[in-house]
Design a protein around this ligand. Structure first.
Ligand code: HGY
Ligand code: MN
Ligand code: MN
Length: 459
């Protein structure tokens, strides 16, 4: 299988594949815990339902399916040599609260289509043509589609639980993380039918893997603004997430003069504004307070406690950590001045991930190959950029590759996200861009197959 052979595929085939992907995104969007919105969190009944559906779709293209000990849904297309290493393709099926229908999901469904396009049926010697024979990877590596179970961290705060299990970086302390109802991760896993004692079984070794490739919507406005469809990802931002608590004193709203108040909500509010001021003064550092609560939460009581979250990202780990130190000093100052106390718990910490040069190259090749020579309309996918030079983007949004990068090379392909809106029901991607993305991803895999063959042959 080479890029040339994919080049002979009728463009209508990619459009058909994209139509299937879009229809399936709609189908999965109906599997939600909140009617009228899309919310699907880790280890929920909805998680089990989407895994079952994804497994059906995986089997339809010849993948051998299993659910691992972290609730990831996997599908394998073996190479002729069953011990060959694996190229993983995928993304996640969980969502944030009130999500869009494409973040993560579209990447899993595109990976299934790429397998449909690339797989071949042959006899044990790999000869083509026997339609009844089991599907096989046409490369010297196997292909595996991964639908990760938790990337968002919407239920337990800690993100990348599914991919961290695969990376073998599971921390036993995570079992005690609690959701908003006080259910621990351990209890949720048991209820889902998973055995926490087997979590290590989900881990892969570096020598078992060739790499990990993921297609994802951009979740930002750059491609939309440039009028381009696809981009290569150079790196993914490092991320830390904190739960913060401010303690003051709950007292009567009418009877307590201002100089006697220790209002936790006001301290937390000032802290939130400080996060914006500090982060916006830095390049590629982004801080977001996305959760904010006051207690006891009565109209006629001065808030005695406030809780809020902080999501802090940066292009480089060191810069991000220096900004956190600065925020901490600012919190000390604010709370000291207001006679409040504050403390925090860090629930997520993932380092920045630099995409592997080889995988950046094959994704670039994939984007280039998805241009059909001689068809002016297709050249528009690279907008004003030169066809030989696809756009490269840094991703401030987090992805499963951040965890998987601990054990193997990671590469990513971004698709245009109209207006850059994501983590919102209005999130979108066009059929045409998904069709181009499927082609580019399939071409990238084919290029990697050719590269792998030449380096293995040379060694
Ligand atoms: O939060 C993120 O960056 C990602 O979308 N999970
Ligand atoms: Mn997301
Ligand atoms: Mn995502």
């Amino acid at each position: 299988m080479t890029a040339t052979r994919l080049g002979t595929i009728d463009p209508a085939t990619f459009e058909l594949a994209a139509r299937r992907v879009m229809a399936r995104c709609d189908e999965l969007a109906r599997i939600t815990s909140t009617p009228g919105a899309i919310t699907r969190v880790h280890l929920s009944p909805e998680h089990a339902r989407v895994n079952r559906l994804a497994a059906e779709w995986m089997r339809e293209v010849g993948l051998q399916t299993r659910q691992d000990a972290a609730g990831n849904q996997l599908g394998l297309l073996s190479a002729a040599d069953p011990d060959a290493p694996v190229l993983m393709l995928g993304s996640h099926l969980d969502t944030v609260v009130n999500a869009g229908r494409y973040d993560g999901i579209v990447g899993v469904l595109m990976a299934i289509e790429v397998v449909r396009l690339l797989q071949r049926r042959g006899d044990s010697a790999g000869r083509r043509g026997d339609a009844e024979a089991p599907a096989q990877s046409p490369f010297e590596f196997s292909l595996e589609v991964a639908a990760f179970s938790d990337e968002e961290g919407a239920r337990f705060g800690k993100a990348l639980l599914g991919s961290s299990a695969v990376a073998g970086t599971w921390d036993e302390a995570w079992w005690e993380l609690e959701d908003a109802d006080g259910t621990t991760l351990r209890e949720a896993a048991l209820e889902f039918g998973l055995d926490p004692g087997r979590i290590a079984g989900a881990a892969r070794r570096p020598d078992q893997l060739v790499g990990y490739l993921e297609a994802h919507i951009e979740q930002g406005p750059v491609l939309h603004a440039r009028g381009e469809s696809l981009a290569v990802v150079s790196s993914i931002a490092s991320a830390r997430r904190f739960q913060l608590v401010v303690e003051g004193e709950a007292r009567h709203a009418g009877g307590t003069p201002y100089d006697m108040r220790r209002d936790a909500l006001l301290g937390a509010s000032e802290a939130t504004l400080a996060v914006e001021r500090i982060c916006s003064a830095q390049h590629h550092i982004i801080g977001t307070v996305g959760q904010f609560e006051a207690f006891p939460g009565a109209m006629n009581v001065v808030p005695g406690e406030a809780r809020f979250s902080l999501d802090l990202r940066g292009e480089f780990d060191g810069e991000r950590d220096r900004v956190w130190d600065q925020i901490s000093r600012e919190l000390d100052e604010i709370m000291g001045r207001r006679r409040l106390r504050w403390h925090t718990r860090e629930v997520h910490n993932a380092p920045a991930l630099f995409c592997a040069p080889l995988l950046q190259d094959v994704v670039s090749e994939g984007i280039r190959s998805s241009l059909v020579p001689g068809r002016a309309a297709d050249r528009s996918i690279l907008g004003s950029g030169r066809p030989e030079d696809p756009t490269t983007l840094f991703s401030p949004a987090g992805h499963d590759g951040m965890a998987i990068g601990a054990i193997t090379d990671v590469g990513m392909l971004f698709m245009r996200n109209p207006d850059g809106v994501s983590h919102h029901p209005a999130e979108a991607v066009s059929l045409g861009d998904v069709a181009l993305g499927i082609r580019a991803l399939a071409e990238a895999v084919a290029h990697l197959g050719a590269e792998h063959r030449s380096t293995q042959g040379a060694s």
